[in-house]
Design a protein around this ligand. Structure first.
Ligand SMILES: [Zn+2]
Length: 416
C-alpha cells in the first residue's frame, strides 16, 4: 500500500468515526426523573446509536463525580438497543447528563436525568441485593437504644418517631427493643444498636454487616447486624420541624442513617433525605421536614417487598413479615410467630380490581390497609369459597390477617 493509499484509508476510517459521532445524539430521556437500582427503565431516544449494542455503551455519573467506566457501563442491563432508541435498567447513579459511547467516542445528552433515590445492590444484571430478612424471630429486626438515649425522654421520643415514620411509610418490620442496651458499637455482637459515638468524624454513620448462604447454585446475601452511630460532637436538637440556630437535627440525621440501613445510597438531588450533607447547607433548607420523600418511600418499599417475598430457604433464612399496626414501634401487639404461611390459603385473583375469592380453613379474618387500619372483618364458611369485596377502597396493598393455631398469618392483596 502506498503512503497516499494508507492516508486515504485512515482518512475514510476517521470520517466514519466522525460521522458516527456526529450522528450519535440523545435527543430525549424518558422518564426525566427516576430511581436507581430498582429495575426502572430509562428510554433514550435519538440518532446514530447503531443497530445493536456491540462494543457501545451508555454511562451515568457516579457519586465519585466520574462517569461509570466502560466495563461497568457495558455490564448494565440493556433491555433493547436499536439505532434510534435504547432501553436500559436504571443503575445506581447521580443526577447528570447521560453519556453514550459509540465507536469509542463520547457524546452527552442535552437534558439532565434526575435520580431522586438510589437503592444499593450487589449486582446490577440481574439485580441482586443484601436482602432484609427475619433476624429476630418476629419477622424483622430489633433495634436497641443505648442506655444514654433510652434514659433521655426527648431522645427516646425522637427515635420512636423516626421508627414510626419508616414503619408507616414503607411497612418495614423494624421494632425497638423494650429494654436499653449497654453494648458497644460493634457488629459481631449481633445487636442492632443506635448509640452515641465520641470517636466519629461524621455527624452520623451506619455500619452494616452481611452474610451469605449457598444452596445449590444460588448464593443468597442478607443484611445481618446494623449499628447507627451518632456523633457526640454535635449540639443536637431532638425536636421536630426547623432546627434552632447552631444545632443539628437528630431526627433528620437518624432518618438519613436508617435510610442507609434500608439499602438507600446517596443522591445529589436537593430536597432528598439521602443528600450527603445532613446538617449544613444545602440540606439546612429542607431538613425541617420530619418525613421521608415519596421517592425514598418508593425505593424502600420496593426493597421491603422483595425482602418479604423472596423464596430462598436455607441457613434458617426466612423473609421479613408485613407489620400490623405501624405505630406499634415496640412490637407489643405482635404474635410469637409471624412467619408467612400461605399453604392453606387459596386466593384469586391477586392483584385484583376489588373482588377476590378465598378458600381457607379458618373461621374469620381481618383485612387491614397499609397503615394497619382494619377495613373489613370477614366471617368465612368452612371449606367454602367466600367472595370478598374491596371495591371502593383506594388502590394499594392490603394485608389479610388470619389467626390460626396461635399464629398470625399474613397474605398481601394487591388492589388495582
Ligand atoms: Zn449518608
Amino acid at each position: 500500500m502506498t503512503l497516499s493509499k494508507t492516508i486515504q484509508v485512515l482518512l475514510s476510517i476517521f470520517m466514519i468515526l466522525l460521522q458516527n459521532n456526529l450522528s450519535a445524539a440523545i435527543t430525549s430521556i424518558s422518564p426525566k426523573s427516576i430511581i436507581g437500582g430498582i429495575g426502572q427503565i430509562v428510554t433514550l431516544t435519538g440518532t446514530g446509536f447503531g443497530n445493536s449494542q456491540g462494543i457501545n455503551y451508555v454511562s451515568f455519573i457516579q457519586e465519585s463525580g466520574s462517569y461509570l467506566d466502560a466495563a461497568g457501563s457495558k455490564a448494565l442491563k440493556y433491555k433493547s438497543w436499536i439505532d434510534s432508541k435504547i432501553e436500559i435498567e436504571m443503575p445506581f447513579a447521580f443526577s447528570g447528563r447521560v453519556k453514550i459511547n459509540i465507536g469509542g467516542i463520547d457524546s452527552y445528552s442535552a437534558d439532565t436525568l434526575r435520580v431522586n433515590a438510589n437503592l444499593g445492590y450487589r449486582a446490577v444484571n440481574p439485580l441482586d441485593y443484601n436482602f432484609l430478612n427475619n433476624t429476630n424471630g418476629k419477622g424483622g429486626y430489633t433495634w436497641y437504644m443505648h442506655r444514654l438515649y433510652w434514659n433521655d425522654p426527648a431522645i427516646k421520643a425522637a427515635i420512636e418517631a423516626v421508627f414510626k415514620e419508616f414503619r408507616c411509610k414503607t411497612g418495614v418490620n423494624y421494632i425497638l427493643a423494650n429494654t436499653p442496651s449497654d453494648s458497644s458499637l460493634k457488629l459481631n455482637d449481633n445487636i442492632n444498636l443506635i448509640a452515641p459515638d465520641s470517636a466519629l468524624g461524621a455527624v452520623g454513620y451506619t455500619d452494616m454487616a452481611w452474610s451469605s448462604c449457598i444452596l445449590g447454585g444460588t448464593t443468597f446475601y442478607r443484611s445481618s447486624t446494623m449499628d447507627v452511630r451518632m456523633s457526640t460532637k454535635q449540639n443536637w436538637y431532638f425536636g421536630t420541624g426547623a432546627t434552632p440556630a447552631g444545632k443539628s437535627k437528630f431526627r433528620y440525621v437518624l432518618m438519613h442513617e436508617l435510610g442507609h440501613s434500608l439499602g438507600l445510597g446517596h443522591v445529589n438531588e436537593n430536597g432528598q433525605t439521602m443528600y450527603p450533607s445532613v446538617t449544613l447547607l444545602p440540606s439546612d433548607t429542607w431538613n425541617s421536614r420530619d418525613s421521608i420523600t415519596k421517592d425514598e418511600k418508593t425505593a424502600i418499599s420496593y426493597f421491603v417487598n422483595l425482602s418479604q417475598n423472596f423464596s430462598f430457604r436455607a441457613c434458617g433464612i426466612t423473609p421479613i413479615s408485613p407489620i400490623g399496626d405501624c405505630n406499634d414501634v415496640y412490637g407489643v401487639k405482635m404474635g410469637v410467630d409471624e412467619r408467612i404461611d400461605k399453604t392453606n390459603i387459596t386466593l384469586y385473583p391477586n392483584p385484583t380490581n376489588g373482588v377476590i375469592y378465598l378458600k381457607t380453613d379458618v373461621e374469620n379474618l381481618d383485612i387491614v390497609n397499609s397503615m394497619g387500619k382494619s377495613i373489613s372483618f370477614i366471617t368465612l364458611e368452612f371449606e367454602h369459597i367466600t367472595e370478598i369485596n374491596l371495591i371502593g377502597n383506594p388502590p394499594g396493598i392490603y394485608i389479610m390477617m388470619i389467626k390460626k393455631d396461635n399464629k398470625l398469618l399474613f397474605q398481601k392483596i394487591f388492589v388495582n
